[in-house]
Design a protein around this ligand. Structure first.
Ligand code: FES
Length: 162
């Protein structure tokens, strides 16, 4: 498996993050959040490092990373697409949007496009149900979306890249 975080970065992570939080009451979540912020994920080698340093089993760490949707095992794409699948959006065809975007980008939920531009992330109600179906791209919300309108929006992000 390709190593994502090299030895130098691991040493830096140990001294700047693990050592900073290790004496806290429950340091694991804080350290995982720092990894997510720094690397865009919590890669296996960071999980191993945390395990060695804090004497927590890798199984437990992996369980926490898998349980919380804010953590991912692989680096995320430049833009995070969140198609709301809350009730109102579901009624307005959220699943059709998911199917259309998955087909267009050739990825499934939780995956990142090969060019690293998009990650498709599961998203619950974002609190603007009157605009269902809602799609978030990073911090920008798009409402009343249809399959074709969201593809146009994604293309605008693709065009910005070039
Ligand atoms: S259900 Fe989608 S915004 Fe509320």
């Amino acid at each position: 498996m390709k190593e994502y975080v090299n030895i130098k970065l691991r040493k830096e992570f140990k001294s700047s993050i693990i050592d900073k939080y290790r004496d806290n009451k429950s340091p694991l979540m804080q350290i995982l959040q720092e990894s997510q912020k720094q690397f865009g994920c919590v890669p296996v080698e960071i999980q191993q490092l945390i395990s060695e340093e804090l004497n927590i089993s890798t199984a437990k760490i992996h369980g926490v990373v898998s349980f919380y949707s804010m953590f991912s095992l692989k680096p995320a794409g430049k833009h995070i697409i969140g198609i709301c699948t809350g009730t109102a959006c579901h009624v307005k065809g959220a699943q059709r949007l998911v199917d259309r975007v998955e087909k267009e980008l050739g990825i499934k939920y939780g995956e990142t496009t090969k060019d690293g531009l998009f990650t498709l992330a599961p998203t619950r109600c974002v609190g603007d149900c009157s605009k269902a179906a809602v799609v978030m791209v990073d911090d920008t919300m798009y409402g009343n979306e249809t399959g074709e309108s969201i593809i146009k929006i994604l293309k605008s992000y693709q065009n910005k890249k070039s």
